[in-house]
Design a protein around this ligand. Structure first.
Ligand SMILES: Nc1nc2c(ncn2[C@@H]2O[C@H](COP(=O)(O)OP(=O)(O)OP(=O)(O)O)[C@@H](O)[C@H]2O)c(=O)[nH]1
Length: 395
């Protein structure tokens, strides 16, 4: 009679059921997600491989040895390689499959040999635990390379996944070393002893927690993309009007606290309708995209470029007074319209510039003054810069 409440077969079979459920949850997550998550499908495939591997391992002695020992271990270890590929893909990299598949094939061959040629659970354990340990440590080190500070969800997902990979590495290392150093008697994966119960229980739990870790990373990825889409103009990738107003609100508050000046440049493409009419809207779109790229390259790192609407853009220049802002605006006027070798029609822009003044009550006021200066620039012949006079209190 068993001296333990759990036996390894029960642990592995419960593990296979829960990993099947996790695989299902991950599959549904991949189907339901409103935006594609790189690597998620690969993780789904890995989760199903874990389910298959654990189920086969748990059916030992009930179905053919080939299915349980060879295929079970093959599916199980392949899952770790597939998860590694999924993580790489998530971070925009590709796994070099060749060496990993070679190692996996060698493992499958060795396991088969130590199951039929020269049966030895001890050697199978050394081979399988050794490779799983190597994959897990490689996977954990890979995750540590990615920056995680800026978003809580991402940091949490990476930390969870890395932590469970570290635990998994320890489990496989400990089991592999124990098998290498000590005779394992008549042991098999499902033998009823404390070591096997702890071993099978540990990798079962870690596999589930790994899936939760990646799911956390995936959901944070979706949230970040949605937040990004909410503040970006889809055509040019610059901030949209809503984000611009928030940025101006911050600058206004900062000015209230510290007295730091800031300027707003409003920019409009001259005769843009003609460009659309003569060359078509797609070319007009390319002009806008090109202009934004050039502006982003010409302004300073802390300046903000936003699309105000149509072919109108705003540049916010923090910590800047009107004369310095005029230098930046002049640079944009001359250099942002250059499109040598890009097969774009020639175009010019007009700019109206205003500095936040004590007479401005809201961010809309400073925008309105920049807009009025832009109107003047248009009226005075376009392709030029006009500055709004400061509006001082009681002026
Ligand atoms: N291709 C393209 N055209 C746009 C976009 N948004 C607005 N427009 C077009 O931009 C044109 C703006 O024309 P107007 O407001 O008459 O101004 P304009 O022709 O630039 O003339 P001035 O501003 O007076 O120099 C309109 O024809 C809009 O349809 C866009 O995202 N892509």
């Amino acid at each position: 009679m068993s001296t333990y409440a759990l036996d390894p077969r029960t642990t592995v079979l419960i593990g296979s059921i829960t990993s099947g459920l996790m695989a299902m949850v991950l599959t549904l997550l991949a189907r339901a997600t409103p935006l594609p998550v790189p690597g998620l499908r690969t993780w789904v495939a890995g989760a199903w491989l874990v389910f298959a591997g654990m189920l086969l391992l748990g059916l030992r002695d009930w179905i053919s040895h080939l299915a349980t020992v060879t295929l079970g271990n093959a599916a199980f270890v392949l899952a770790y390689i597939v998860w590694l590929a999924g993580t790489r893909r998530h971070f925009g990299e590709r796994l070099r499959w060749g060496p990993w598949l070679l190692a996996w094939l060698a493992m499958v061959a060795a396991v088969t040999w130590f199951a039929y040629g020269q049966p030895s659970y001890r050697m199978r354990l050394v081979v399988v635990a050794g490779l799983c340990c190597f994959i897990s440590v490689h996977h954990a080190l890979l995750l540590l390379r990615y920056p995680q500070a800026e978003r809580f969800g991402r940091a949490l997902g990476i930390t969870l996944t890395t932590s469970w990979l570290a635990v998994l590495t320890t489990v496989y290392a400990a089991r592999g070393v124990h098998a290498a150093l000590f005779p394992q008697g008549d042991s098999g994966l499902l033998t009823q002893d404390a070591i096997q119960i702890v071993y099978t229980g540990s990798f079962t739990v870690c596999n589930l927690l790994l899936v939760i870790g990646f799911a956390t990373m995936a959901s944070d990825h979706v949230r970040a993309r949605i937040e990004e889409q909410a503040i970006r103009d889809p055509l040019t990738g610059t901030l949209n009007r809503q984000a611009l107003l928030e940025c101006l609100g911050r600058e206004r508050a900062n000015h209230g606290r510290t007295g730091q000046p800031f300027c707003v440049a409003m920019l409009d493409v001259d005769h843009f309708k003609k460009i659309n009419d003569s060359h078509g809207h797609p070319v007009g779109d390319r002009v806008l995209v090109h202009l934004c790229r050039r502006m982003a390259a010409l302004v300073r790192p802390h300046d903000v470029v936003a699309r105000y609407g149509g072919e109108e853009f705003v540049v916010v220049m923090p910590h800047t007074r009107l004369p310095e802002a005029a230098l930046v605006a002049e640079r944009i006027l001359v250099e942002a319209v250059q499109a040598d070798g890009l097969a774009l029609p020639a175009f010019t822009v007009s700019i109206g510039l205003a500095e936040w003044s004590t007479g401005d009550a809201t961010e809309q006021d400073v925008i309105a003054r920049a807009d009025a200066a832009l109107y003047q620039a248009k009226a005075r012949g376009r392709n030029r810069l006009e500055r709004a006079a400061l509006r001082l209190v009681n002026a």
